[in-house]
Design a protein around this ligand. Structure first.
Ligand SMILES: NC(=O)c1ccc[n+]([C@@H]2O[C@H](COP(=O)([O-])OP(=O)(O)OC[C@H]3O[C@@H](n4cnc5c(N)ncnc54)[C@H](O)[C@@H]3O)[C@@H](O)[C@H]2O)c1
Length: 346
């Protein structure tokens, strides 16, 4: 990730060798051009590509362009951070554009926050207008209010993307909810609505993103599934489990179809992550809390923030060769057989 550099350091570029070498240390792709490194325009300096980045063009840059993230006050190099910088730059999302659905709260909001911190520009969507605007305002992102279970509204979202950004590098398909009901009682309308919400909505967004990524030469998509994608939960989860199972197969099929075009498609399968809906279910049935925790060897519920690291990993070049992966985010739930005995947390 790009490091913060104080503006007063940048204004000294070209007039002061120390300032120049600081800039050199902080940019992964560019270094100060030795022959034309002088300040031709006040506040600008000429940078040339480092030898590992022949595709980058020489350019004039300003302090602002070098400091898109953070607001640190440090003006001298920190040896540990400098050593880590080449590695950390693998996770840099500067210049990438991402759509995150379900960004009003929970894992969608946590994913959006992490992507923004890594430098991505964001178009956030949710049917909760107040919530999604709230997230977007905090992240300096754009918000759109749509119901993603309706393909026409998903296409409207991508029309906004084309107008506002003209590119897409990452899609996070997070939005969704279920309707519960016993298999013998649930109406087919409810089954269909859950399918529209979790399967058709995700697929339509993948299709729209995929069409654009095929033209641009690549991108990354993450579909949120569930531990219910691959195991059964009972307790009225029939519609949800059937839909989440489809999300996993959708991910494998799309990965297989698009990998050779540079598009990666992966799925994250969370176990129980606290959200208002889960809180209400636990409050209504106190035995449920122990039931859930007895199946999570890590001994705690998930928190929306648990998705932050995976989101940045899967959106970034750090996972360039990872596609078609179905990744549990579950405190060990799927690894543990029903007859296994997770230790009680100390
Ligand atoms: N929380 C869990 O325990 C858990 C576990 C496994 C999978 N999941 C899945 O992960 C995803 C996110 O879960 P969460 O806990 O952050 O949920 P959440 O309820 O906190 O947030 C979901 C967000 O999606 C939005 N949304 C729902 N349907 C929508 C639609 N049709 N169009 C637009 N926006 C819509 C909601 O308004 C909300 O802001 C969901 O798909 C959920 O099924 C959750």
């Amino acid at each position: 990730m790009k490091r913060p550099i104080l503006f007063h350091v940048a204004t000294r570029i070209g007039k002061d060798n120390r300032a120049s070498s600081l800039i050199t240390a902080y940019t992964p792709t560019l270094e100060v051009c030795p022959r034309t490194g002088g300040n031709r325009t006040p506040g600008h300096t000429r940078m040339k590509p480092r030898k590992n980045y022949p595709e980058i063009k020489p350019t004039f840059v300003t302090a602002k362009e070098l400091t898109p993230i953070g607001s640190g006050k440090r003006t001298i190099a920190n040896p540990i951070e400098d050593r880590m910088y080449p590695l950390m730059s693998l996770f840099d999302l500067t210049g990438k554009v991402a759509i995150v659905t379900g960004a009003a709260q929970g894992m969608g909001r946590a994913m959006a926050t992490a992507l923004s911190e890594a430098g991505a520009q964001l178009l956030l969507v949710d049917r909760n207008a107040e919530g999604v605007h709230n997230t977007a305002d905090k992240l300096n992102a754009k918000a759109a209010v749509h119901d993603i279970s309706d393909p026409a509204q998903v296409r409207e979202l991508f029309a906004t993307l084309d107008r506002e950004y003209g590119q897409i590098d990452f899609l996070g398909n997070v939005a969704g909810e279920s309707i519960m009901g016993a298999p013998e009682d649930i109406s087919l309308d409810d089954v269909e609505q859950v399918w529209r919400n979790l399967v058709l909505g995700r697929f339509c967004a993948c299709q729209e993103a995929g069409r654009r990524m095929l033209k641009s030469g690549g991108g990354s998509i993450v579909n949120i599934g569930s531990v219910a994608s691959v195991t059964a939960l009972g307790r009225g989860h029939i519609a949800y489990s059937m839909a989440m199972g489809a999300v996993v197969q959708m991910t494998r099929e799309l990965s297989t179809e698009w990998s050779s075009s540079g598009i990666r498609v992966n799925a994250i399968l969370p176990a129980q992550v606290l959200n208002p809906g889960l809180d209400a279910r636990i409050a209504a049935d106190p035995l449920l809390k122990d039931k859930f925790l007895s199946g999570i060897p890590a001994g705690r519920f998930g928190h929306p923030d648990d998705i932050r690291g995976l989101s940045v990993l899967l959106a970034s070049d750090a996972s360039k060769w990872i596609t078609g992966a179905i990744i549990p985010m579950d405190g060990g739930n799927l690894a543990c057989n029903a007859g296994g005995s997770p230790r009680k947390p100390k």
